[in-house]
Write a protein that binds this ligand. Structure first.
Ligand code: KIV
Length: 263
């Protein structure tokens, strides 16, 4: 695989070709995902849930994310590496810049921030300093207690148009990528159509530009009830490498997500 950059993702969007993304937390699994063809790896703060066993992503620290980023860097090869800014990195612009700087020094190539239009100033400051940003909208797990649980967002027309306007404002501020989590497929399509930047979806339907899942969900090892939008690819594969390959191929061929994975 040729080195994947933001330009690669933009070229995919222009060509109407979808791309696959997967969370990764260590060098070995990053290597396996890259060998399977996965274009983007995310050191997600989901590590707080799937690695550390917390009930949410809130306890994850900057040090935790930097540690896992350094591990993934050694296995990621040609994949593009996106890394999450942890809960409360956005308490001030200064802290946002410092935390993003720490992630970039650890190996991040794109930082992901949760937040709505009010994050525009922070995103503008990051991009002015050469830090590419992915803005995460829809279900934002760092606000799970405010949202009252892990629920589908943007179901009514007002909410849907607010998410679309937030996405526009954050792209205007400099975001290079939008990630949409857990929204109706119709909203995923509307946001992807409205924006020139790539839109990555998780539970956002088939008509976005890229798909992402948490690695543990792809391997069917997540404890508890799985959300509707995940698929256990291990059920159709002989080994972990095969499950990652199947996921990548199904995303590229637009076989995943299927109707049963959408809202
Ligand atoms: O932390 C994470 O893994 C994420 C994905 C759910 C997109 O943000």
């Amino acid at each position: 695989m040729k080195t994947v950059t933001l330009s690669t993702l933009q070229a995919f969007k222009r060509a109407g070709e979808t791309f696959s993304c997967l969370t990764a937390y260590d060098a070995t699994f990053a290597h396996a995902a890259r060998e399977a063809g996965v274009e983007v790896l995310l050191v997600g703060d989901s590590l707080g849930m799937v690695l550390q066993g917390h009930a949410s992503t809130l306890p994850v620290t900057l040090d935790d994310v930097c540690y896992h980023t350094r591990c993934v860097t050694r296995g990621k090869g040609a994949s593009l590496l996106m890394v999450d800014l942890p809960f409360m990195s956005n308490t001030s612009t200064e802290r946002l810049l410092q935390d993003a700087g720490a992630l970039m020094r650890a190996g991040a190539e794109l930082v992901k921030v949760e937040g709505e239009a009010w994050m525009a100033d922070g995103i503008r400051e990051l991009t002015r300093r050469g830090v590419p940003v992915c803005a995460h909208l829809g279900l934002t797990p760092q606000t799970v207690y405010q949202l009252g649980g892990y629920k589908v967002q943007g179901r009514d027309a007002d909410q849907a148009s607010r998410i679309l306007e937030d996405a526009r404002a954050l792209v205007e501020a400099g975001a290079s990528v939008i990630l949409l989590e857990c929204v109706p497929a119709s909203l995923g399509r509307a946001v992807a159509e409205a924006l020139e930047v790539p839109v990555i979806g998780i539970g956002a339907g088939p008509d976005v530009d890229g798909q992402i899942l948490v690695m543990h969900d792809v391997l069917g090892v997540t404890a508890g009830r799985s959300p509707r939008f995940v698929k256990n690819f291990m059920a159709e594969a002989d080994d972990i490498q095969g499950a990652f390959r199947r996921y990548h191929e199904d995303v590229k061929a637009r076989r995943f997500p299927a109707e049963e994975h959408c809202f």
